[in-house]
Each structure stands twice: as structure tokens, then as C-alpha cells.
Design a protein around this ligand. Sequence first.
Ligand SMILES: [Zn+2]
Length: 578
Amino acid sequence: MVRLRSVTRTGSDDLRARVHFCAETGQIWLHEHRMLLVHAEAQASLRKELIDTLGMDRAHGLLTRMGYASGVRDAELARIRAQESSDLDAFMTGPQLHTLEGIVRVTPIRLELDRVAGKFYGEFLWENSWEGQWHRHFYGIHGAPVCWTQIGYACGYSSAFMGRPILYKEVECVGMGHNNCRIIGKPMEEWDDFAEYQHFFSRESIADQLFDLQNQVAQLRSTIGAKEKLPADMVGDSPSFRAAYALLKQAANTRIGVLLLGETGVGKELFARCLHDMGPRRDAPFIAINCAAIPHDLMESELFGVEKGAYTGALVSRPGRFERADRGTLFLDEIGDLPLAAQGKLLRVLQEGELERLGDAKTRRIDVRVVAATNHDLRQLVGEGRLRADLYYRLNAWQIEIPPLRQRKEDVRLLAKRFLEKYSAIHGKKLRGFSDKAKRALLDYPWPGNIRELQNIVERGVILAPTGTSIEVDHLFSSCTGEQPREFGLDTNGALGIDRPEGAQRLCDAVLDGALTLDQLEATLIESAVDKAHGNLSSAARMLGLSRPQLAYRLKRLHEGEPAGPEAVLTRPEVPPA
Ligand SMILES: [Zn+2]
């Protein structure tokens, strides 16, 4: 059992560093969770209205569960920290976050825990309780503790951290007239009267059931509703994807030659397979071949088959892909890479429905639907003489363009969810989905490798994320990928500062080491701004966040070589406009 005395307080600095304000996107992040900076008074009004409409008891349950949910969220961060620090230090994440989030100042009085043995005892002092103070403001002194959301938080946090139900009670509360609140937490069954408290949490399961039912209804609706259900692997809701799928479906029951266009990784083979599965050939084979992956001199034997002795090394007779796909579908990917000799033979199969194996005089009848795909401009290949025009027109009877993923961003979430389910099952992992920040990163990324890249990245995330947690940005992308919006963090005094990029840190080090004076740094900065603005002082001033007269003053001083006192540099003296 570890005890409180080993707890260090250094962790709270590290937590402050995890708060980021992103002014550009209007988002605040705590680690990977999106947070809100709300008015305490507005929140208190909402709480009051809940009490006034639902009654004390129901509001009590509702608010407890709300706190419980945010406690569970914060425990995720604690569990991550537990990988690098002691259980006790990691546990203190919760009290520190509760303080940082502005809810209540938490000071541990006694804390003993053993995650393996499931032992837990926690006693904390709560000062400046947001909830208790507002409750007292609206309702006066209450006969029982009132910090319901906060108790819910403590229960949710500790239960998730310990992996077993921990129940807290307020033994003192400002809402009851005490100076501060004090709470004690123990495993649920160690409280004699735990049954009386259970109902505050048990409705959560009813809520879960309702959500489950709601989901089931939504799923049922989607199967019978106006929106048609897609085959299992075809995932997408965007108009461009739906349009491509509609074209595919129209072609499925015909014999028309289909040409699939699209960038690498958009899922051309999936479309071809879907076409096959939707049509009358679904019980016959679907054979795929990538023309770019097969050496030119082997292409003909690969496609049309070979008779024993046709060439040195042809030791046995074997059928080609066409014969193997008889009565089914042959998918020719990267059709632009098909050698000219093979193009002639292919055209004959398409026109006459017959072929001869290499080194064989016998003609074989064949019934194959050909679906071709490319990411090249075939018309251009025709112009360059690399693709037969007659073959092009034959293949291009029904053209379907599959949109790149960046043009169907609304499908990223659906696809990511599908791949998450798939790879969680494959790797036997239970994960809590994507963090808010990871979701945003998935949407912001331009996906040059399209769906295949998304699939690989989600699989990487599933492998890297620890069981029981959410997939975070770092699990998906290595830090060099993608441009993140600029964020402002909290400095050690709790003030909003600007996160220093690496280069800025080097500059600071240079000044602090004496390699560069503050004046030199200022001169360099001003000169490069003026350079960048091509001598336009107004726009240079804007870049520096100065007024034009302020910049003019500094330039004048630089040119006069007047030594500037440190104060002058730091306080940006105001000079009346010239
Ligand atoms: Zn209280």
C-alpha cells in the first residue's frame, strides 16, 4: 500500500502545460479533450433551473452522473501518467485537474491506495467549492451536502482509476454552513449505507440502455428508411461518394465495360468487387490483377494462360486469369501499364469472347466481365500511342470517378470508425474511440494516400493506444505530420502565453548564454520585419505588433546607435504619432 507522504506536487506544472488555447479554431484543449471556458454564474443558473424543474432529488442524481462522466474522462489522463510515475503520483492528477479546471481547490489529507489489491482510502479538503458556494447563494444553508457534481467527479475519477467502484461522501460542506468541504472515499462495499447512494449512479445504466435502444432504432431506420444501405465494405455518406456508388449500381446488372478512375488508395478494387457482388455473376470468381505489378514479358501468360513448352521454363500448362475468371469478373488495375501486345489480345477477348493460351492453337470460349481501373489520364496515353484507341473506347463505356478522400471529408469519421472496429477486433483491443483532438486531426489531414492511408493510420493507432484508453493524435500521426493550428499554453504563473517553437527556444538560450544581447536580438527582429515588408514600415510594424510610430522610434534609436536601457526594450514606450 502506498501512502500520501510520497506524493510530489511537481505534476501540476506538467498538467498546466497540457492546457492549450487555440484562438484560430476556437478550441481549448486539456491534453486531448476539448474543454470549455464557461461562466460559473451561467453554469450555476443552469444547475438552479435543473433543481427547480426536476426537484432536488432528481437534479442531485443528474448532476452526480454528469460529474461522474467528467471524472472518468480525466482518469484517462491519469492512467497514461501512471505508466511513468507511481500510482500515488498518477492518482493526484485528478485532484490537480479538479483544481486546474476551476471547480474546487483540492488538498489531500490522507490517501492510501493499492491498485493491484484494490485497496483505497482517500480524504481530501475542498476549498472554494464552486458548487457549494453557488448552492448556498441560491438556497441558503442546506441540511445535507450539496456538491453533487464534484462528488460525482471524485467517484467517477477514482472508480475509473482503481478499476472498481469507489464511493465518496462529503462529511463537511459549505452548503451546510461549514467553512470548507471535506470528502472521504472508500470502495463502495466498505460503506454500510452504500445502497442508499447507488441509485444516484444506477440511472446511468438506464441512460445507457436508452442510448443503446436509440442506436438500435437508428440502425433499423437506416436499413428500412429512404437511405439505401450500402454493402458492408462500402462506407460513405458524402454526395460525391453516393453519386459514384449510384453509377456503380446502375451498371451492376448489365454487361457494360466499367472504367474506374481515381487516385491511389481511393478503393478502386473495392468498387470493382462490389460491382461483381451486386450483379448476376456474384457466385462466379472475382479475379484481380495489377498490370503495373507484373513484368511485361510475363503479362500475356499471366492473363491468357500458357501451354507446356510454349517457352523455356513453361514446364506445365496452366490457365491464365481470364480462364480462372470465366463466368465471373476480371479486375484489371492500372490498365495504363498493359503492354501493347497484350492490349491487342485483350481487345479480341472483349470483342469475340475467345482466346488462345500462349503456345496453343486451340481457341477457348470465355465469358468474363472486365472492369478496368487507372489513376492515369488514359486519353493522354492514347495520344502518346501507349494505349490503343479502340481498347480505350471499349473499356471506357461506363466511367465512374471515385472521389479522393479530401473531397469527401464527411466520410472520414465513418471510415475511421469502421477501421477502428475492424482493427480492434483483429488486435483484440478494447479502446474508447478517438480523443477529441485525434478526431480533429483526422479531419484536418489532407489524406494524400486516401482511404488506404487512413486505414493504415487507424491500425497504427489501434496498436499504439493502451487498452482501455482513447486513440490520441500521437498514436495516429508522428509529430512531423500535418500542420497544427497555433496554440497558447499556460505558463508557470497560470497566465496565457505563446508556446515557444524550437527556434525561439534557441534564441532565448542564445540571449541567456550571453551569445546575443537583447538589443541585438531586437535589431535583428526589426530589420528582418522591415526586409520582409520590402521597406513598408506600416506593414513591418503590423508584423511586430507595434504601431508605426513605435517602430519608427526604435529604428531611429537603432540607427543612432543609442544604447537602449532594458526597460525601454521591454515596455514598448509610447511615442505620440509624428
Ligand atoms: Zn460541499
